[in-house]
Design a protein around this ligand. Structure first.
Ligand code: AMP
Length: 432
């Protein structure tokens, strides 16, 4: 590795990257407001014991873990739901429920870097705590879809319910820990490995056939999918209850006008162990990896020692949303264009004081001003302004100072005129 490189899977974000990220984040912030979510921030570093107990096998193995100088075992958070549940079990214990919390969080996973997969990445999140009703699940799905829709993305949603497969596995005699392993394999589309693991646990053929059959039941005709599911799991109460709950959530989405792009998928699982109900992921055609996902986690707050608190949430991944927007051509503006309005160019150091004073007066009126600080000549300064899309330049030379004026140049029409000093601010504001 060269000294000037970042670590593998880590990125420097340059102004253009940040402008794109901000565009996505500004819509997330608007949704916090529109849906009534209050923003929280928690530490990037948490105790290893706390994170490892809750995040599930897959993320546990990918955590950055180390001892701090005090000898404590700590880890960089791989996701935020565990930290939010910790907050709700502790500081928000007495807070009225339901509680709606939003966040932005840099997260860390020692993943294998590839397109859209980094070791440091950013998630936004919406967590709705204190309701077990399908209306809460529907709200989380709606807010996630609203985000992508507002950003102009064409996308689809995959929705399932962990209770279906868990019910089937439970009836087959598979304990919760082994269920987690099987669901983890299915999440990675490793059906054969999952079936092999089930066989080695001595699970009967009937259960294996059910797991296999569920993998094939999916589609946007929700009634058909649910009916097929019910026929398969006939006498399994857990799986039937899960199907009914999934049906209720899907019907609410339909009522909210969201039916079309939603596919119900009965074999769908997610890699995190804490899910207890509805789960979902968001996709765009041009990317195979999910842009965001979420689900219901009714036991997590209690596992942290809090009161029983049913909860549901989602985390859209900011980096992948940006990637999808790039692929769908949704960023057209040029870097920096329109960001800065005026370049103030003192011709020599003698005019720099007046330049600073004018820049300050303009900024006080809300006009963004870039000050020339290198004195390489007016020509070069104007060339730089055009390159980054600054529309106006205020030029101050000795001749202007003597006359009590400045030269105000419009860089697109290439016209200019002399303006008395005390009229500059008003004139600039009129021209912008
Ligand atoms: P998860 O916490 O695994 O449910 O992930 C939620 C979202 O975070 C995913 O859909 C991605 O958009 C994003 N995400 C997860 N892991 C990564 C990663 N290694 N790099 C970039 N984004 C990620």
């Amino acid at each position: 590795m060269k000294v000037l490189d970042t670590l593998r899977g880590m990125r420097d974000l340059l102004p253009n990257d940040l402008a794109k990220r901000r565009r996505v984040e500004s819509v997330v912030e608007e949704l916090f407001r529109l849906y009534g979510y209050l923003e929280v921030e928690t530490p990037v570093l948490e105790s290893y014991a706390l994170l490892s107990a809750k995040v599930g096998d897959e993320n546990r193995h990918r955590m950055y873990v180390f001892k701090d100088l005090g000898g404590r075992q700590v880890a960089l958070r791989p996701e935020m739901t565990a930290s939010v549940a910790r907050l709700v079990a502790g500081k928000f214990r007495m807070e009225a429920k339901p509680l709606r919390l939003g966040y932005f969080a840099d997260c860390y996973r020692y993943d294998n870097p590839q397109m859209g997969r980094f070791r440091e990445f950013r998630q936004a999140g919406f967590e709705l705590l204190g309701s077990s009703h399908p209306e809460a699940d529907a709200e989380i799905l709606l807010v996630a879809c609203d985000l992508l829709r507002r950003l102009g993305l064409r996308f689809s949603v995959k929705v399932g319910h962990v209770g279906i497969l868990r019910g089937v596995l439970q009836a087959g005699g598979v304990g919760e820990r082994d269920q987690n392993v099987i669901l983890g394999l299915l999440d990675k589309h490793r059906l054969r490995a999952a079936l092999k693991a089930l066989r080695s646990l001595g699970v009967q053929k009937q259960c294996l056939d059910l797991v296999k059959a569920l993998q094939r039941i999916r589609g946007d005709d929700h009634d058909r999918v649910l009916e097929e599911g019910e026929r398969l799991v006939v006498s399994n109460e857990t799986a039937l209850a899960a199907l009914r709950n999934l049906g209720a959530v899907l019907r609410l989405l339909g009522l909210a006008g969201m039916g079309g792009s939603v596919s119900a998928d009965l074999g769908f699982t997610r890699g995190l162990d804490y899910y207890t109900g509805m789960i979902f992921e968001l996709y765009v055609e041009d990317l195979e990896i999910a842009l965001g996902g979420g689900g219901r986690y009714d036991r997590l707050v209690e596992n942290f020692g809090g009161d029983p608190t049913p909860a549901v949430g989602c985390s859209p991944g900011i980096d992948r949303i940006v990637l999808a927007m790039e692929k769908q051509g949704l960023f057209q503006e040029k870097l920096g264009s329109g960001m800065f309005s005026v370049l103030v160019v003192p011709v020599a150091e003698e005019q720099a004081g007046l330049g600073l004073k004018l820049a300050y007066a303009l900024r006080s009126e809300g006009v963004s001003v870039v000050n020339d600080v290198v004195f390489h000549g007016v020509g070069e300064a104007l060339g730089m302004a055009s390159k980054v899309g600054i529309p106006l330049a205020v030029i101050i030379g000795p001749r202007e100072v003597e006359k009590g004026v400045v030269t105000l140049r419009d860089l697109s029409s290439k016209t200019q005129s002399e303006i008395p000093l005390d009229e500059v601010v008003a004139r600039v504001k009129r021209m912008l």
